[in-house]
Structures are given as C-alpha cells and as structure tokens.
Design a binder for this molecule. Structure first.
Ligand code: ZN
Length: 258
C-alpha cells in the first residue's frame, strides 16, 4: 500500500487505483486529538472517547482528504451481513444496523470504522460503483463478502468478475488466537479446501483476511489485493481491539467516486 501524510494525518491507499476515479483511504490513528487509550485519530463515537475530540478528528481527516462532512454516509455497524445501497439522499446520515455500504453516486463518501475486523474495498470500474464492507469473524460467519457481491450485482449491475477487491489492515494469523468452539464454526463456513486455521504453540490462530479473500473468490471476485498489514502487530499506526484489550479507538476506511 502507499502511505500518505499531510499535516500529521496519515493514511494508506491501494496501489493501482490511481486515475480510476475512486478516492479511498485507510486512515491511521495518527494526527488526531484524542487522549489515550483512544490516541489519537479515533473515529468511533461509541468507545468511550470524548465526543468533542471525535468530532475534531473527523474534521481533520476530512480536511486532508478533501471531503466535506455533508458528503459522508456511515453505518451503525453491528457485525451483521447487511449491505445497503446509498445515494445523495443518504449523505450526512448514519444508517442503522448495516455492515456494508455501496454507492453508484459520485461525491457520496462512505465511511466505516475498524479495529481488527477486515475492511474490504470493492470497486467496479465498468459500472462505476464503490463499496466498503466490515467483516469481523461474525461477518465472515454470515458471509458478508458474498452478500456484498450480490448487492453489487443487484444495485449496480456488477458482474463479480469485474469487481476489484482490496482487503485493508486487519488482525492477521500472527495474532488472532481463537477458541475451539469458534474454530468449529470457522471450519464449517470456510470455502472448501481453504486452510484458515493454524495451530502453533498449543493455540489455534485464524487467518481472517485469508478467509474473507476465499469468500470473495468463491463469490466470483478475481482481482483481490491484500494489504498484509496486521493491526495487532502495528498498534503504533492502527487501533487493535485485541492487542489493546478492548480499550482503544476505531480507524476509518473511506471511499468515494470522484
Ligand atoms: Zn499480527
């Protein structure tokens, strides 16, 4: 990924989308106003942080990305598998109980929030549609990745083979230890022949980005890029729910058609 930084706000972008007409950013935790343990660019309103600081963080991030607040649509994320089409009428709102947004309208900015769960950027250059999906293990259990591919087909006329997917910073198999019960669930939902559980030092570790990639591939997506950035390994730049024992902020993943 490409790392960019202006006025202390730092974000990562996938290479290969320059000139495609999609603006996107995975915002790091740097450059914000929040105090520990939400330091500093926390975009989560429901984690216990000072709300004035959270608002200030949004202002700073949008300013560097050249986005106006009135253009932004966010969902209230619930670890479900619902993906919603949004347009101009939804800007400035928070959508209830949704873990994926897509739009075909230029100038509508999608913002979702993360701390270990997998952010998926989906883009169809032919039909001009973009989306961001939030998939933790519950989202993966509900196969929100496949639900997103279906939503692109229904709302934008996208063929799965035309979709470009970028899997952003998330907790990696190096750090995501899971229990036996969850391992059973994961085994049942994993696409055939995909090994996403690894046993070492007596523990079981889940490759959640790998699972999401497999689900996207099974749904027909052929162009998939992984950031290979583990949030729990890099808490200097990313919020990690696991590595920071649940007391941390949320970083933003943002996308918009120019
Ligand atoms: Zn790690």
């Amino acid at each position: 990924m490409l790392r960019k930084e202006t006025n202390g706000i730092a974000w990562h972008e996938f290479e290969g989308l320059e000139g495609s007409g999609v603006i996107h950013a995975f915002l790091t935790r740097l450059g914000g106003a929040s105090a520990p343990p939400f330091d500093t660019l926390n975009l989560g309103h429901t984690v216990g942080d000072d709300l004035a600081a959270v608002e200030e963080n949004h202002e700073r991030a949008f300013a560097e990305l050249g986005i106006r607040r009135e253009q932004v649509v966010s969902p209230y994320q619930v670890h479900g598998a619902h993906v919603r089409l949004v347009s101009q009428a939804h800007t400035g709102t928070t959508q209830p109980a949704t873990d994926g947004l897509l739009t075909t309208t230029p100038g509508v900015a999608l913002l979702l929030r993360f701390a270990d769960c997998v952010p998926i950027l989906l883009f169809d250059a032919k039909q001009r549609a973009v989306g961001i999906i939030h998939s933790g293990w519950k989202g993966a259990a509900g196969n929100i990745a496949a639900a997103a591919v279906t939503a692109f087909a229904r709302h934008a006329g996208s063929r799965p083979g035309d979709l470009w997917a970028g899997i952003g910073p998330a907790i990696g198999p190096c750090c995501y230890e899971v229990g036996e019960e969850m391992a059973d669930t994961i085994s049942q939902i994993s696409p055939e022949g995909i090994g996403v559980l690894r046993r070492r030092e007596g523990g079981l570790y889940l490759d959640l980005p790998g699972l999401v990639r497999a689900q996207l591939a099974e749904a027909g997506v052929q162009q998939i890029t992984l950031s290979d950035v583990c949030t729990a390994c890099h808490t200097g730049e990313w919020f990690s729910h696991r590595a920071e024992n649940g007391r941390t902020g949320r970083f933003g993943a943002l996308a918009m058609l120019a």
